[in-house]
Design a protein around this ligand. Structure first.
Ligand SMILES: [Zn+2]
Length: 449
């Protein structure tokens, strides 16, 4: 077990609770927009250097790594805190430094102002995920400052390029610098640990135990080129459009994974709300803002997102293309592909342009117990509940190293805050109190993991 907190240590925990606000605000002020286009990505290096300086300031040795491939400025930072028992495997705590773009004209405050007002820290990255980066930094600094030795090694990783798939961050590091994760068998990162208020002020904290797979697919139909004025029975645009429409309207079957089943059972227990299999979508819709995420974890989805064909109004092109964003439940890839082929038919070619598999772990064991105890110590009466994220995170890369990944970035949120809408949303912001709560939970969690 970790050290107990004596009087002095409590004071420095308070210092961490103050620091976390400044850290979150200053991180947001570093514009680290990841457009997905390597030529226009900015700020990751500055954010990484900021993080490294904060760690070095209290005595950490840091490792700064940029991905290769001729890419400059894709900064990643690592630091390790030695634990009491070197024979135990290490815990990875990871966060990404990049953010998605923000259009300042749509915001109430400038998205890169890091404004602290109305009890919130405002700006792009406030919940995705400079909040967790700031909480991790504040906690890492507090542990080092106080000479607290955690039960086992902790590896802190601050990463580039998550918002564009991690090809210059987590995925690249796992392929090229796996030694940086030596000994890590478990990890925490985004997107989980936040609260929803279920009934009479009772909060459930959602721990991410699973993620859908991300599979981007290109479709191509080949036909006969010809003059737009003449009769044709082999128009690639027509045939592709039909296939895309069939797929876009198709509803994949309801498949209950363990994470979703456990989540729904816990909600039933807490609220009495039932989720009958014949109207599960209707029941899930009653979950408010969260229905956007949970609803998407009941089945595979395939949303057409891009179309491309033709170059002149009177020329029938010889081929037409589309891109479809497929999100696949754990264990469903082969069945999904069979269903896909049936819907598309034999004349539509398909290829994966990205395919990051789904992941799922069980909601049990000592690490889960420690998450639960750490939350409960700060919010007695709360309940922790596993859930599946409909999107993907850097956990997909660490899963390839056999690391068991959880989404655990603890935040106690006001009941009326539409949290899921803030991700990549306008007026992204995080409550000051939530950051302080998260810092206390993370501190306890790391001292006892
Ligand atoms: Zn994120």
């Amino acid at each position: 077990m970790g050290n107990d907190v004596d009087g002095t240590a409590k004071d420095t925990l308070r210092q961490a609770e103050e620091e976390v606000i400044t850290l979150a605000s200053e991180l947001i002020r570093i514009d680290s927009t990841n457009t997905g286009d390597p030529d226009t990505v900015v700020g990751e290096r500055a954010a990484a250097e900021y993080v490294a300086a904060q760690l070095a300031d209290v005595g950490y040795d840091t490792t700064y790594v940029e991905s290769g491939n001729g890419m400059k400025g894709r900064g990643n930072v690592f630091a390790r805190l030695e634990g009491a028992d070197p024979s135990r495997p290490a815990l990875l705590v990871h966060g990404h430094l990049d953010v998605v773009p923000a259009d300042a004209s749509e915001w109430s405050v400038h998205p890169f102002s890091g404004a602290v007002q109305d009890d919130y820290v405002w700006g792009r990255g406030a919940v995705d995920m400079k909040d967790m980066v700031a909480m991790t930094l504040a906690t890492a600094r507090r542990l080092k400052r106080d000479g607290i030795v955690p039960p086992r090694d902790i590896v802190f990783a601050f990463l580039a390029d998550e918002e564009a798939g991690g090809m210059h961050g987590a995925q690249w590091l796992v392929d090229n610098r796996p030694e940086l994760f030596d000994g890590c068998t478990e990890a925490i990162g985004e997107v989980g640990g936040f609260s929803i208020t279920v009934k009479d002020g009772v909060r459930a904290y959602l721990i991410e135990t699973a993620e859908k797979g991300i599979a981007w697919m290109r479709l191509r139909v080949r036909g006969r080129a010809g003059h737009g004025s003449m009769l044709t029975d082999d128009n690639s645009v027509t045939r592709l459009s039909e296939a895309v429409a069939r797929l876009g309207r198709h509803r994949f079957p309801l498949v209950m994974t363990d994470s979703v089943r456990e989540f729904l059972a816990a909600i039933t227990e807490l609220t009495g709300l039932e989720f009958p299999e014949d109207d599960i979508d209707g029941a899930v819709a009653k979950l408010g803002g969260l229905a956007r995420i949970i609803g998407a974890t009941l089945r595979d989805t395939a949303n057409p997102t891009m179309l491309n064909a033709g170059y002149k109004a009177n020329v029938i092109p010889s081929s037409a293309e589309a891109v479809v964003d497929c999100r696949i439940l754990p264990g469903r890839q082969p069945a999904f592909e069979r269903e896909l082929d049936e819907i598309l038919g034999p004349d539509v070619e398909r290829e994966w342009i990205a395919n990051l598999p789904a992941l799922e772990t069980s909601f049990d064991g000592p690490l889960v117990d420690t998450m639960s105890a750490s939350i409960m110590a700060e919010d007695p009466g709360a309940k922790v509940v596993p859930y599946m994220l409909s999107g993907g995170t850097d956990a997909k890369a660490f899963d390839r190293l056999g690391i068991r990944c959880f989404g655990f970035a603890p935040l106690k949120l006001p009941a009326d805050l539409d949290f899921s809408a803030l991700f990549h949303g306008v007026d992204e912001r995080v409550p000051v109190e939530a950051l302080q709560f998260g810092t206390r939970v993370l501190d306890r969690f790391l001292r006892h993991s």
